[in-house]
Design a protein around this ligand. Structure first.
Ligand SMILES: Nc1ncnc2c1ncn2[C@@H]1O[C@H](COP(=O)(O)OP(=O)(O)O)[C@@H](O)[C@H]1O
Ligand SMILES: [Mg+2]
Length: 302
């Protein structure tokens, strides 16, 4: 794959025609690109190390103001990962906690759409991005860099890592009780970058009830075990006569992870103005159960 055929995103200096946060400048090229061998190369390498250390320090400073960081993850797209992340965050905020959501799904950043708020934008103060607040949730989405809603965001190779780490570096969440991260799906570079950069407390794994989805979820759980990231629990989504029931619970038994509950397939998710957990009492009851189950083990890890 070529690097130059249509890329954009944080770092390309695009004028996106909005008055919200401008894209951050690109991360410096890695030291090995500064020329072949010799002293200048070594100096460049040292500078790159210093920059990367400073970046880690800044990220650390922002992240220590967040009490808990939980990733919402799935083996593949379309299973309702963003839906689960958004509804958990909105419900959690409605209980009075300071809650944020970071839409880190760099290919399909859908959190803003699922929040049903089109015109709230993050703003920039002294080089830091300040999240917009929607339904009581502090929201940052990679979609802020899309020109048009249906336009694909194409990040490749090192760009993915640079864009995500920079984004994490310059976002000032303030003091949060809880940050939900809508993770990129699968075992991609983007997923691994977020896992390694954000020092998450653990993950909620979302699966649909079918056998194939459960297979993908099992693969993700194995990857997290390899990276020593705790799986806090499993949520089955889209439980129904159509897709079936029980795959999530079975997966939980097989992997030894807690089962947090299931979310039925319902038309209430098409609610036009609010996340369904705030609009529909049946959806709310299901998410209350998942949230209670989530808060119990995370509280115990600290
Ligand atoms: N339980 C559910 N009932 C009905 N529709 C759902 C449910 N969960 C998700 N959806 C819908 O399915 C689509 C995909 O969900 P999404 O959360 O975007 O998946 P992912 O983030 O895993 O790609 C969205 O249109 C969402 O509104
Ligand atoms: Mg999504």
């Amino acid at each position: 794959m070529q690097q130059h055929d249509h890329q954009h995103g944080p770092g390309d200096g695009h004028d996106h025609g909005h008055d919200h946060a401008p894209a951050p400048s690109p991360a410096p090229a890695p030291a090995h690109m500064h020329g072949p061998g010799g002293a200048p190369d070594q100096k460049a390498r040292l500078e790159a190390m210093k920059r990367s250390w400073q970046q880690k320090k800044r990220i650390g400073q922002h992240l220590t103001r967040i009490k808990r960081k939980v990733g919402v993850y799935s083996g593949k797209g379309g299973v309702g990962k963003s839906t689960v992340a958004v509804n958990l965050a909105a419900l959690h905020a409605s209980r009075g906690a300071q809650v944020g959501i970071f839409d880190a799904d760099i290919d399909c950043p859908n959190v803003l759409k699922l929040m049903k708020v089109e015109d709230a934008h993050p703003h920039m103060i002294e080089g830091q991005i300040i999240p917009a607040v929607m339904h009581g949730v502090h929201v940052i989405s990679m979609a802020a860099f899309q020109e048009k809603e249906d336009e694909a965001i194409i990040f490749r190779g090192p760009m993915i890592h640079n864009a995500l780490t920079q984004f994490i570096e310059i976002t000032d969440w303030g003091d949060l009780d809880y940050l939900y991260v809508d993770m990129p799906p699968g075992t991609s570079d983007a997923a691994i970058t977020v896992m390694q950069t954000m020092q998450l407390d653990g993950f909620v794994v979302v699966t649909t009830p079918q056998e194939l989805a459960v297979l993908d979820a099992r693969r993700s759980i194995n990857m997290m075990k390899k990276l020593n990231v705790p799986v806090l629990g499993i949520v089955e989504n889209m439980t129904s006569d159509i897709f079936g029931k029980g795959g999530g619970e079975l997966l939980a038994k097989e992997t030894g992870c807690p089962f947090f509950g299931s979310i039925q397939l319902r038309s209430a998710f098409r609610s036009p103005d609010r996340p369904a957990a705030l609009a529909d009492k049946h959806v709310r009851a299901e998410f209350e159960r998942v949230l209670d189950a989530l808060l119990a083990p995370v509280a115990a890890t600290k």
